[in-house]
Design a protein around this ligand. Structure first.
Ligand code: AMP
Ligand code: FE
Ligand code: FE
Ligand code: ZN
Length: 282
């Protein structure tokens, strides 16, 4: 069984519509794919409609962007929650709206130095999709300022850049509480990806576990090997589910579907613990 539990469609910052992502999963020889767009479940229906034709099982999910009180960014994968659960829906809606105004402010700042306007950016955003820096990167590529998203993030769009603006994101403890209340299974995405920025220490990790964290994404290309070993120890100590995934973004990142996989045992535990939605099998 080939199981990849972290992927993005163009309903956030991936480059393929959900149905095309499902077809790409079939071509990559995957049996189960989780769709985990940033702060939205709007892609679930289209992906679900492609289960029968592709023969790939769909695990509906999302990736919630969080920030701790110290300002550390935390991404939480949320699996099989009830997408209509009000408390969680309110938080992601607030974040999605804040992402929109934040992108506008970033474009205003960038327009002082680069040939870029708001329409250039929105062209790269699918209707209803969650906006992110990758869409601004796409406009910078189209304008010939950079070669690709990677180059845009290396400098112009980093969180240290003078063009950077932050946006509202819930505290991870609040997000975990809401995901559990929505019947979902919260899994900490790329927890030790230190090249992306500061990562949480044992104190915050402990707070997240106490709040109901159920898993850790160990096998992800951004987790260094030492960090993975540490995570495996922590998972054993607290009986956390271990996952591995690609974090595929289509053409937006070099990550390839199936480059890391999750075991059938871990998938079974996620399904047992969830009560808000189900895996859709062909
Ligand atoms: P945002 O959520 O708007 O702050 O943007 C963060 C998103 O940008 C993440 O979800 C990543 O998918 C994407 N990202 C971060 N670094 C890179 C990179 N070097 N190349 C392509 N995409 C990236
Ligand atoms: Fe992303
Ligand atoms: Fe992430
Ligand atoms: Zn992701």
């Amino acid at each position: 069984m080939r199981i990849d539990l972290h992927t993005h469609s163009n309903i956030s910052d991936g480059t393929q519509p959900p149905a095309m992502l499902m077809a790409a999963a079939r071509d990559a020889g995957l049996d189960v794919l989780a769709l985990t767009d940033h702060d939205t479940t709007l892609g679930w229906a289209e992906a679900a409609a492609a289960v029968a034709s592709t023969g790939v099982a769909l695990l509906p999910g999302m990736e919630v962007t969080c920030r701790t009180a110290e300002g550390i960014s935390v991404h939480l994968l949320c699996y099989l929650h009830d997408p209509g659960f009000a408390g969680l829906l309110e938080e992601i809606t607030k974040a999605k709206d804040a992402r929109h105004s934040r992108a506008r402010r970033m474009v205003e700042r960038l327009a002082e130095d680069y040939p870029l306007n708001w329409d250039d950016v929105t062209q790269h955003v699918a209707p209803g999709a969650t906006m992110g820096r990758p869409h601004i990167a796409d406009a910078l590529v189209a304008a010939g300022v950079v070669e690709d998203r990677t180059e845009a993030f290396a400098n112009i769009l980093t969180s240290h850049s003078r063009y950077y603006v932050s946006h509202y994101a819930p505290d991870p403890v609040l997000a975990i509480t809401l995901i559990r209340a929505a019947g979902g299974v919260p899994v900490f995405a790329h927890p030790v990806a230190s090249a992306r920025g500061r990562v949480v220490g044992e104190q915050t990790f402990g707070d997240m576990i106490s709040a109901g964290l159920l898993g850790v994404e160990v096998d992800h290309r951004d987790n260094p090997e030492e960090g993975r070993a540490w995570l495996r120890g922590l998972a054993a100590e607290h009986d956390l589910i271990i996952t591995g995934s690609s974090d595929y973004h289509g053409r937006g990142k070099p990550n390839r579907l199936g480059e890391n996989l999750t075991s059938p045992e871990s998938l079974a535990r996620i399904e047992d613990l969830a009560s808000g939605a189900v895996v859709l099998r062909p």
